[in-house]
Every structure is written in structure tokens, then in C-alpha cells.
Design a binder for this molecule. Structure first.
Ligand SMILES: Nc1ncnc2c1ncn2[C@@H]1O[C@H](COP(=O)(O)OP(=O)(O)O)[C@@H](O)[C@H]1O
Ligand SMILES: [Mg+2]
Length: 301
């Protein structure tokens, strides 16, 4: 099962920017394929990543709703709307080398949000076993949280700027998640756009007031802002960008290791190992197969 990492917080604090860099970090550290989910109706994670999705889940929903009414949209005869939707869902996943991107997008009309929200939720559940990591960029505010978009999230990253209001919004989201009985294994705050990377005493006080765990700070960097203004994907920031390094350090501390990595560490940390690397790897593959059967043993047929 993949780790679901959800990123939430007030609008404009840098959720999408950090999501893009997080996805890139995971891919570059071999934790691929990543499923990137843009769960913001006002989708823009694709811009940060520099990809163009073929169709969003919202557009797909529109297309199906209009079939039969608008001659431009057709469902093959003999096929139900549901079956057609199932068939087209794979088109709503843009495939890149190291990650895939699924965009919720928006729909017109009232009441449709629940549908696309539900679709995101079921899709993430369905796809969870195919990806070691799923990163979800949420929309600002609390509504999507209260709709219970991601009860299965394992890591809840809250993002704020240095403002007390930003930290308070993060605190409210954390409380709401508790009330809704979401049980992420880890919930923590990243403060973004921090001048010179140094947190003000007032911001720190508010973080304490809200009872939030501070995962780390990411400095304000004019280059990030400039990339945005120039329409350049943020993931093309130079390797030594302070924003990139700060986020990398935070993610490292989160310890998002896969089972494979944990096994690998266990084996390779043993000193004076008298086995060859191949023997250890074979043994580790065998263990993995045993674990994955869930039976505690494997058969060789
Ligand atoms: N560390 C940073 N330094 C400078 N600008 C940043 C930083 N993080 C985000 N930004 C800028 O802040 C704006 C909002 O970021 P965005 O990621 O879209 O926020 P959100 O997804 O929370 O609404 C963008 O213009 C982005 O380039
Ligand atoms: Mg955003």
C-alpha cells in the first residue's frame, strides 16, 4: 500500500509549490512511481510540474453528463455511463517518466463537487497499491477536509506562511481532522516563505498555541516567485535552490521509507556481513514475497 501524503493549508501559502518539489524529491530519491493528485478545483499543480493533463476528472464528468444531450459527446452504444466512466478514467491520468498525475479539476453546476471528490477518493483507494507514494495537493480551506476527501492519508502536511492567520488555519485543519477521526500517522507544519529562513518569535508562539508540530521552515526565495511569474515549472529550479534543499531536509526527517528500504537498511547496516550483496538481496526479495502474500510463507509453484 502506498503512503498517502496530503498537503493542506490556507490559500497562497505555497502548498502547490511544495507539493511539486516533494514529488520531484521522491522521484529523485528512487521512491517512484509517485501518483500526484491535484485535488484543488482550481488546478495548477501541473504548471508547477510542467505537464499538461489530457482531461481532468471534472471534465470527464461533464462529458458523460452531456452525452446524449450534446452531439459532440457520445457514449458507445450498449455501454452504461458507469462503464464508460470506468473506461475513460485511465485517460485522466497523465503518465510521466517517474510519476503520474491525476487532476480533479472543476465541474459546472451545483452538487457536482461531491461527485468528483468521491471520484478522487475512490481512485486513490483503487490506485494505492500501484504506487509507493501518493501526494495530494488539496485546495485551500476546510471544506474538502470536511467532505472527508482523504481519510486514508498517512502523512498530513500543513503549510503556512509566517502569518498568525496562516498558522491558525493550519491549526483548525488539524483539529478538524481529529474531530473527523482521521488518523494520519504524522501531522506536522511546514512554515514557508520565511524571510532568511528565520522564524519570528510571534509565529513560533502561535505554532505552540495551536499545538502543532513544526516539521521545518522553508525560506522565501525570489527565484521561486520569479519562476512563477515567468510561467516556468518550479521543478526546474536550480539544484542548489535553498527552497529545494530546505524541503529535502524536511522530507528526509519524515522518514518516509518503503518496506524495501527498511529491509535494505536492516541488512546493509549489519557490519562484517559475510554474505555477498547478491545473497543478501535474494534473501531480502524472498522476505518481501513472504510479507506480500500475507500468509507468512510462499509456495514455489
Ligand atoms: N518559498 C517561496 N519563496 C518565494 N515564493 C514562493 C515560495 N513558495 C511559494 N511561493 C509563491 O507563492 C505563490 C503561491 O504559491 P502556491 O504554491 O500557488 O500556493 P497555494 O498552492 O498554497 O495556493 C506563488 O506565486 C509561488 O511562486
Ligand atoms: Mg495551490
Amino acid at each position: 500500500m502506498g503512503h498517502v501524503i496530503a498537503v493542506s493549508g490556507k490559500g497562497g501559502v505555497g502548498k502547490t509549490t511544495l507539493c511539486g518539489l516533494l514529488i520531484q524529491y521522491l522521484c529523485e530519491s528512487g521512491k517512484r512511481p509517485v501518483l500526484a493528485v491535484d485535488a484543488d478545483a482550481n488546478a495548477n499543480l501541473n504548471e508547477v510540474l510542467g505537464v499538461e493533463p489530457e482531461i481532468t476528472l471534472g471534465e470527464l464528468r461533464e462529458e458523460i453528463e452531456r452525452a446524449g444531450v450534446d452531439p459532440r459527446y457520445q457514449i458507445p452504444s450498449g455501454m452504461t455511463k458507469q462503464a464508460y466512466l470506468e473506461m475513460r478514467l485511465s485517460d485522466a491520468i497523465a503518465e510521466e517518466d517517474d510519476y503520474d498525475l491525476m487532476v480533479m479539476g472543476r465541474t459546472q453546476g451545483q452538487g457536482c463537487y461531491c461527485f468528483v471528490n468521491g471520484l478522487v477518493q475512490t481512485q486513490v483507494q483503487k490506485l494505492q497499491s500501484h504506487y509507493p507514494y501518493i501526494v495530494v495537493d488539496n485546495e485551500a480551506g476546510m471544506e474538502h477536509i470536511s467532505r472527508g476527501i482523504l481519510p486514508m492519508m498517512e502523512v498530513a502536511i500543513l503549510v503556512s506562511d509566517c502569518s498568525r492567520r496562516g498558522v491558525q488555519a493550519a491549526g483548525r485543519i488539524a483539529k478538524l481532522m481529529k474531530e473527523l477521526n482521521f488518523k494520519p500517522q504524522k501531522t506536522g507544519l511546514i512554515v514557508n516563505r520565511v524571510p532568511d529562513g528565520k522564524l519570528d518569535a510571534g509565529t513560533l508562539e502561535e505554532i505552540r498555541n495551536q499545538g502543532l508540530e513544526l516539521l521545518g521552515v522553508v525560506p522565501h526565495d525570489d527565484q521561486v516567485y520569479q519562476y512563477d511569474c515567468d510561467g516556468k515549472p518550479i521543478i526546474r529550479l536550480p539544484k542548489d535552490s535553498p527552497v529545494r534543499s530546505a524541503l529535502g531536509e524536511i522530507v528526509k526527517k519524515l522518514g518516509l521509507d518503503t518496506i524495501e528500504e527498511i529491509f535494505e537498511k536492516v541488512f546493509f547496516d549489519v557490519e562484517d556481513n559475510e554474505y555477498t550483496e547478491k545473497e543478501v538481496k535474494d534473501c531480502f526479495q524472498l522476505l518481501l514475497r513472504i510479507v506480500s502474500t500475507g500468509l507468512g510463507y510462499i509456495s514455489y509453484d
